[in-house]
Each structure stands twice: as structure tokens, then as C-alpha cells.
Design a protein around this ligand. Structure first.
Ligand code: PLP
Length: 381
């Protein structure tokens, strides 16, 4: 099996599992309990909070654990929306993750005005476009750091700076960038930051919203007062400990992991471009995170490619894991102005911390054969 779908989820590091096991085997107390078992669970969570905070260089009291990035994005947007005393204006982009786009849809239903910013053909948002749309009643801007489909890195610093100048809260989803780029907190003035554990080698079902302590967000889950009243409910202690261990792993190994991903992706893209005429790599002319290639071959169908690769024991996805299976084509490629037939051929390859060059060699070979067969028997160079 060759796994090239690390943007959907990446395998847990062995160290993460080791850190989690004592909390899974138990006895693991409820971290709200005062007895020794509760205190031990709380200590595990406190350590994880410090580990996650240090990944982005903030104080641990700013970290609010959630069930994942979907909840963190929902909480950021609906929580800030809930703080508004009257209908106002909020801004996001057309290429965000559905957990952001749909939360902005709810803001609209609640009577707020929402602007969905357009991007250029690479997926970039011009700061002038944001500036033009900011109004005196804009209360929130949410723009992701790296796109989960194309891997495009959005230069956030000027966008965040515009928001800071105008006193507008700036939220960013850094789920796909954090494993591949250090977070530059001095350059990017963000008020709310979304993270997910399972995209960095931690367990699924855990994430965090990092936010200023003074923000009186309206919680979505109430009744219990956990996470400083921002997210009620007994937390997933073992999962949170695993998230902390994954953050720690990344803090120690990011540089060499990214260097290896950079080499492997160059190998992959060169090999594919040599063997497959007409192959298009989306957002190719813009900065991209080191592990992601979204490619298209006009005339073929992404879902068919995914199924053929699956039969050959190779896991990739057609666009994002959330959008695949719907057959609608990617909203990200639509926003970039990619013609529908090319967009429908897209497949996403994403390399991870355990990808080997031999796997990529096999992938290139198999993929070129599948493409040639589907194109009607053309020979593979
Ligand atoms: C950019 C981005 N944001 C949010 C999410 C949702 O993350 P989670 O699975 O932790 O809810 C994903 C995962 O698909 C993602 O890629």
C-alpha cells in the first residue's frame, strides 16, 4: 500500500501512541476531579497545552481544546458572530475549508452581511481586495494559511496587518501549514488560530482554537465550564495528550521533515511531468507547502483515477477528503477560474513524514500506465 493522502490525515507517530497509552489503559480520572486521578489527568492536559502553545509561540492559557479543526473554525466564527450586538459585516475567501464557508453561511442567516473574496488564478488574495471590502462595521476576517487542496501559501502578513489597523478580528486556519512551515507570530497578527491534531501525526478528534484570553467568545457547547467556559464537556484527555506529543514531535523534527518533503515532491513532480504530456499542476507558480501537489489531466476524471489507483494499492484523493465523493468538482478550482472539465480531472497527492522515494517511483510508474490506458492505450515514455 502506498499512502499519498497525508492532507486528509497522516499516520500517528509511534511516540504519540506511547504518550497516549497510559491515559487509554487507565485509570484516567476526569481532569475536573480534585482527587489524585483527576489531578494526573489534568497534568497530562496541562503539559499538552504547553506543547501545543509552544508550536506557535503563544502562552498556554490561549489554547482552547476542541474536537478538531472543524469545531475550532465553527467556534471562532460563530463565537465572534455571537459577540455582536447588532448585524454587521464579515469577510472570508471563496477557497476556504467548508467548516469556514458554512459557518459564514450561518452568519448570513443570522442577518450579518458576508463578503466572499475572489482570488487570482493561483488562489492568491490581493490585500487591495481586502482593503476595498473592509467597512466600518466589519467585525471578522477569516483567511486560511495554506490551502488543503492546492497547498498554496497565502501571504497572510499584509492581510492580518490591515485588519489590525482597522480593529477587525483576524482568524486563520493553519491546519495544513503548521506541519510544513513555522508559524511567524511576529509577522502575522492573528487573533484566532485553528489547529488540528490528526494532520500533524496526532490522533483524530482533537484540535484547538488559540485565541486572546480577553475575547469573550460566545461558546457553542455549554454546560460545564471547561476550557475557561469556551467549550463545555469532559475533554478527550488521551487524545489531547496525543495532540501535545505530536506538537512536540513536530517542534523537534519539522526542519528535516520539510527538507525531505521538498526533495520528494520535486522528484514526484519532475517524474510525472516527464511521463505525462498535458499534466497541469495547480498553483504551480505560487508558493506552496512542501508536501502537496494538486494535478489535472484534461479529459480524464479524478474519481476514476482515484479508483484505478486504489485498485493498484495507492491511496490519493480527488480534491479534499470532504469534497470527494460528491462529484461536484472543487470549489477551490472553481474560484481560481479553472475550466470545469480540467477541474473534474483533479487529484491531490500529499506526502507525509514517512513517505519513501521508492514509493514515489512506484506511484509515478503506475500512474503513468493508468493514464495511458484511460487515454486509450497511448504508450508510456
Ligand atoms: C484546512 C482544513 N481545515 C479544517 C479541517 C478539518 O479538520 P478536522 O478533521 O480536525 O475537523 C481540515 C481537514 O480536512 C482542513 O484541511
Amino acid at each position: 500500500m502506498i499512502y499519498l493522502d497525508h492532507n486528509a490525515t497522516t499516520p500517528m507517530h509511534p511516540e504519540v501512541l506511547t504518550a497516549m497509552l497510559p491515559y487509554m489503559r487507565g485509570p484516567c480520572g476526569n481532569p475536573a476531579s480534585v482527587h489524585h486521578a483527576g489531578r494526573a489527568a489534568r497534568q497530562g492536559m496541562d503539559q499538552a497545552r504547553r506543547q501545543v502553545a509552544s508550536l506557535i509561540g503563544v502562552h498556554d492559557s490561549l489554547v482552547c481544546f476542541t474536537s478538531g479543526a472543524t469545531e475550532a473554525n465553527n467556534l471562532a466564527i460563530s463565537g465572534v458572530g455571537g459577540m455582536q450586538k447588532q448585524p454587521g459585516h464579515a469577510i472570508t475567501s471563496r477557497t476556504e475549508h467548508p467548516s469556514v464557508l458554512e459557518a459564514f453561511g450561518v452568519l448570513q442567516q443570522q442577518g450579518h452581511r458576508v463578503t466572499f473574496l475572489d482570488c487570482d488564478p493561483q488562489g492568491l488574495i490581493a490585500p487591495e481586495s481586502l482593503q476595498r471590502h473592509l467597512t466600518p462595521d466589519t467585525f471578522l476576517v477569516s483567511i486560511m494559511h495554506a490551502n488543503n487542496e492546492t497547498g498554496l501559501i497565502q501571504p497572510l502578513a499584509p492581510l492580518a496587518a490591515l485588519c489590525r489597523e482597522q480593529g477587525v478580528l483576524f482568524h486563520t486556519d493553519i491546519v495544513q501549514s503548521i506541519g510544513r512551515l513555522p508559524w511567524d507570530k511576529e509577522a502575522i497578527a492573528a487573533d484566532l488560530i485553528t489547529l488540528s491534531s490528526h494532520k500533524l501525526g496526532g490522533p483524530m478528534g482533537v484540535g484547538a482554537l488559540v485565541m486572546d484570553r480577553s475575547l469573550a467568545l460566545t461558546p457553542m457547547i455549554i454546560g460545564g465550564g471547561q476550557e475557561r467556559g469556551r467549550r463545555a464537556g469532559t475533554p478527550n484527555v488521551a487524545g489531547i495528550v496525543g495532540f501535545g506529543a505530536a506538537a512536540d514531535w513536530l517542534n523537534k523534527h519539522r526542519q528535516e521533515t520539510v527538507a525531505s518533503m521538498t526533495r520528494l515532491r520535486a522528484f514526484l513532480e519532475t517524474g510525472l511531468s516527464e511521463k505525462i504530456p498535458g499534466l497541469v499542476i495547480f498553483s504551480h507558480n505560487a508558493p506552496r507547502i512542501a508536501n502537496t501537489t494538486l494535478l489535472g489531466i484534461d479529459g480524464l476524471h479524478g474519481e476514476t483515477l482515484v479508483m484505478n489507483l486504489d485498485l493498484a494499492g495507492i491511496a490519493v484523493s480527488s480534491g479534499s477528503a470532504c469534497a470527494s465523493g460528491k462529484g461536484e468538482g472543487s470549489h477551490v478550482l472553481a474560484a481560481m477560474g479553472v475550466p470545469k472539465s480540467l477541474a473534474l480531472s483533479a487529484i491531490r497527492l500529499s506526502i507525509g513524514w514517512n513517505t519513501q522515494v521508492q514509493q514515489l517511483e512506484r506511484f509515478i510508474h503506475q500512474f503513468a500506465h493508468i493514464v495511458a490506458r484511460l487515454q486509450g492505450g497511448a504508450t508510456v515514455r
